[in-house]
Design a protein around this ligand. Structure first.
Ligand code: BMA
Length: 860
């Protein structure tokens, strides 16, 4: 049976999966008594955690305080065993055992013979087992020992290197956040996490297929580089034919006989075949054009005869570069696709479930759809996670979502000696080749924050001259990219100053290359995002809690308070709740009541991030990208995510969708006064009339001006506002409104607007009860009608509080006096829908302020 989850795209030879009949046992370590000598059925691919969960032997690690209760697994050794039936190798047949992924420190035994020892989650292993497989029953055992203890031993051998969290995650090639992160649980998985199979082949196989895709004028060119492994058996020393076909065009070359049987999985001979597709349709990022994908078929055959190997890939024709030209502002960092500079409206991606094997194609597709629905055009796969499954990149290829892939290094110094170095090189080579066919993949990045760490986090003192990873970022990794995937750009680190070295211009200098803005959130209020105009902000973010239904599923009812141990276990950031409160104080009351606090911090998260995004977009093309930390979560937790661990969008998601809209109006300081900035990130000119008014909270217009709007495609225009519109008399009673009614030919006809207040909500003269609401059942759910009698800011229906499955079409809706808006709620709930009008559900910024005033001065 063939299965594309084996080696994606490999059709010949077929794989015999070894996924059945597995069982798991804890063999050593501080295991609880109920697991001693106990054997449980195991799912492969899978992990010890998912197997024990399925067997009902451990509680759900994501709930309550179960994470802590499962810490014994960190120092436990495990054994997986299976028996399978097959046939012995024919005289001229190679039989390889192919292990696509082991997590992590494993010994593999087939029929009593050790066939592999591994210590790298990020690569695959191939072993020639033709002498070992027997007719009939065969026994396969995979022993996996504690990765933590292995890492501690390596650390003792090589000398300590700094790492930002307690465990030495930098001493073993395993997903860094396996060991806990400031948004992730410390659940150190072990398991056979990717497919296992026997592969039978004769004569020769395609050991490596590397399509280098370029564009030449109007033609698409794919140069397919292959490495061929000979079986070393029978009549393998023959000339072969390598053929490639795409879009009905094909080409072939002869692969000469060569030395054979050198090294299993290695290459005996290389070959290149080139196919040109005239008048090719280019692949574009979303918003710039279509995403045509072409099937590439690569075959290795006997001349005029039997196909020995066949690999399929889906490619797209496009060019990509990163413009890092020095200019009057510093050093740019602009992604250019098919010659067109792209403003990156991005989000950082972490593994979507800490228990990785539960993420399937549908889950990836749901997440990427949420990203595109929020107008995101790039996802950065962060270096503390993994190289994702092909499905992730496939979904991005189809959606036109650009992918920036970090090599897997994050927030730590890394030893450049063995046994780490060889693993780093092997995993980099393998994954570059594995992923390079995807057109969505536009950038390889050396590491997350490691040059910055060396510079600012006290590493040199602690290292005493030991290596820390620089050679990986400056030599090994760029060398691998140049060698294997030369059409794709490489960036040394994020953040990083292009052209600098570790001692030169500060790696996090906002004027040069990529920048991570973490002063805001960690130490400063979000208004300070405006202090810099970074060239490309690849990380910035603000925390907020998970949605209510997610929290209520994960925590017992009595733990739904800020101080509970369970809630704090699901808040991993250093002084996270303190930062949330301090972040609220300048803007909104800090509520005592937990549900009010939950809403206030959710709203503040959304506003903080939107504030940054609007600032960054307003500076295009000087600022060429904004990648918010972070799109998703891997379990239920308070974090920077826009989508929580149960896949629910937080208020931030709605704010991002608005701030990342194709066309944006925003009020920004320019030359010491407020200006309206119109951002047009479409290919059509944006014309219309911008009406700017100085309006009372009661709706009275004190001053008004009409300004002709003309914004070129993919550009930004600053609109000067007249003095009388800015001459605010009563800051607590007036707002500035800028609106463009006609969004022009490419617009959707909807008004684009900005509502700007001169003071914080706490100082606005909000009155009580100025929002009229009604609800009626409609097909598929409910319609909630909102009408404002005075300014109402950031209305949100927290629908999951009523129905955990409900969805609402918008949140954080601001209404001017007299305006009406209907929100659509999708829900199967019975009844009249009045539950959606409960003040715990129907929220606004106003009610936080008026409610706290009432609380401060209780009537009666
Ligand atoms: C950045 C990231 C992550 C971290 C986030 C929030 O440094 O690279 O390491 O989770 O900040 O603190």
């Amino acid at each position: 049976m063939t299965d594309r989850t084996h080696v994606p795209g490999t059709v010949v030879p077929a794989s015999e999966h070894l996924h059945d009949g597995w069982s798991l046992q804890a063999v050593d370590g501080p295991v609880p008594p109920e697991l001693v000598d106990r054997t449980v059925p195991a799912t492969v691919p899978g992990s010890a955690h998912t197997d024990l969960l399925a067997a009902g032997l451990i509680p759900d690690p994501y709930l309550d305080r179960n994470e802590t209760a499962l810490a014994w697994a960190h120092r436990t050794d495990w054994r997986w065993t299976t028996a399978f039936t097959t046939t012995a190798a024919a005289p001229d047949e190679r039989v390889d055992l192919v292990l696509q992924g082991l997590d992590t420190v494993a010994t593999v035994d087939l029929n009593g013979t050790e066939v592999a020892r591994t210590a790298n989650q990020h690569r695959s292993y191939r072993v020639d087992v033709r002498e070992l497989v027997a007719d009939g029953e065969n026994a396969l055992t995979v022993d996996i020992r504690s990765a933590l203890e292995h890492a501690e031993e390596v650390e003792r051998d090589l000398g300590r290197r700094d790492h930002v969290y307690p465990h030495p995650f930098n001493m073993v090639r395993k997903m860094a956040c396996s060991f806990g992160w400031d948004w992730g649980p410390d659940l150190q998985t072990a398991g056979i996490w990717r497919p296992v199979a026997l592969e039978r082949w004769r004569v020769a196989r395609l050991a490596q297929v590397r399509p280098l895709v370029t564009v030449d004028g109007t033609a698409g060119v794919v140069r397919v580089h292959v490495e061929v492994e000979r079986s070393g058996l029978g009549d393998d020393d023959v000339d072969l034919v390598l053929r490639a076909e795409v879009a009905g065009r094909s080409a072939e070359v002869v692969v000469p006989r060569g030395g054979s049987g050198r090294e299993v999985g290695g290459s005996d001979v290389s070959a290149v075949v080139e196919v040109t597709v005239p008048d090719v349709d280019l692949w574009w990022p979303r918003g710039y054009g279509q995403q045509p994908l072409y099937d590439l078929v690569v075959e290795l055959a006997r001349p005029g005869g039997e196909v020995l190997a066949r690999v399929e890939r889906r490619i797209g024709f496009r060019t990509v570069e990163v413009d890092r030209t020095p200019d009057e502002h510093g050093t740019s960092f602009t992604v250019v696709v098919n010659g067109r500079p792209v403003f990156v409206r991005g989000a950082n991606w972490i593994p979507d479930d800490h228990l990785l094997t539960r993420v399937d194609r549908d889950r990836y597709a749901r997440r990427v759809t949420q990203a595109t629905d929020a107008n995101i055009n790039l996802l950065r796969i962060w270096g503390g996670g993994i190289y994702e499954q092909h499905d992730f990149y496939d979904v991005c290829d189809e959606a036109g979502v650009l992918v920036w892939q970090d090599f897997l290094f994050a927030c730590a110094a890394y030893a450049e000696e063995e046994p780490i170095r060889g693993e780093v090189e092997a995993e980099a080579r393998e994954n570059v080749v594995r992923l390079m066919s995807h057109p969505s993949l536009v950038l390889w990045n050396g590491a997350n924050e490691n040059v910055w760490g060396y510079r600012d986090w006290g590493w040199p003192e602690q290292l005493e001259g030991r290596t820390w990873g620089l050679g990986y970022y400056t030599e090994l990794l760029p060398g691998v990219v140049a060698d294997l995937d030369p059409t794709r750009p490489y960036s040394m680190n994020s953040p990083y100053t292009p052209g600098s070295d570790a001692e030169g211009t500060h790696p996090n200098h906002p004027d040069h290359g990529t920048h991570h803005e973490w002063e805001c959130w960690n130490r400063r209020d979000y208004v300070h995002y405006r202090d810099d105009v970074p060239r490309f902000c690849s990380e910035f973010g603000w925390q907020g809690p998970a949605t209510w239904a997610t929290l209520a599923r994960a925590l017992p009812a009595d733990a739904l308070v800020k101080e509970s141990e369970a809630f704090l276990l699901h808040q991993k950031a250093e002084d996270g709740n303190g930062k949330l409160d301090r972040g609220l104080e300048p803007h909104l009351p800090v509520p005592e009541d937990f549900e009010d606090w939950h809403w206030a911090t959710s709203l503040n998260q959304a506003r903080a991030v939107a504030f940054a995004v609007e600032h960054y977009r307003s500076w295009w093309p000087r600022t060429a990208g904004s990648i918010v930390w972070q799109l998703n979560d891997c379990w239920p937790v308070t974090s920077w995510a826009a989508i929580d661990g149960d896949e629910r969008p937080k208020p931030l998601w709605f704010a991002l969708r608005a701030a990342y809209a194709d066309r944006l109006l925003t009020v920004q300081p320019r030359d010491g006064r407020a200006a309206a900035v119109a951002v047009n990130d479409t290919d059509a000119e944006w014309t219309g009339v911008a009406v700017a008014t100085r309006t009372g909270l009661d709706g009275r217009v004190h001053a008004s001006a009409s300004i002709e709007l003309r914004v070129e495609p993919r550009s930004v225009t600053v609109l000067h506002l007249p003095d009388d519109v800015l001459a605010v008399a009563h800051p607590s009673r007036e707002v500035l409104v800028v609106r463009v009614g006609d969004a022009g030919p490419a617009g959707d006809g909807r008004e684009v607007r900005a509502v700007h207040t001169w003071v914080e909500d706490t100082e606005l003269a909000y009155e009580d009860d100025v929002l009229d609401v009604s609800v009626e059942p409609v097909e598929g759910g409910f319609a909630v009608t909102l009408t404002a009698r005075s300014l109402v800011r950031d209305v949100a229906l927290l629908v999951d509080k009523v129905d955990a499955l409900a969805q609402v079409d918008d949140q954080l809706v601001t209404l001017l006096p007299g305006e009406t808006r209907v929100l659509r709620v999708r829900s199967k709930l019975a009844g009249d829908g009045s539950a959606f009008l409960d003040p715990r559900v129907l929220r606004s910024a106003n009610a936080l302020v008026t409610g706290s005033r009432a609380g401060a001065a209780p009537v009666g």
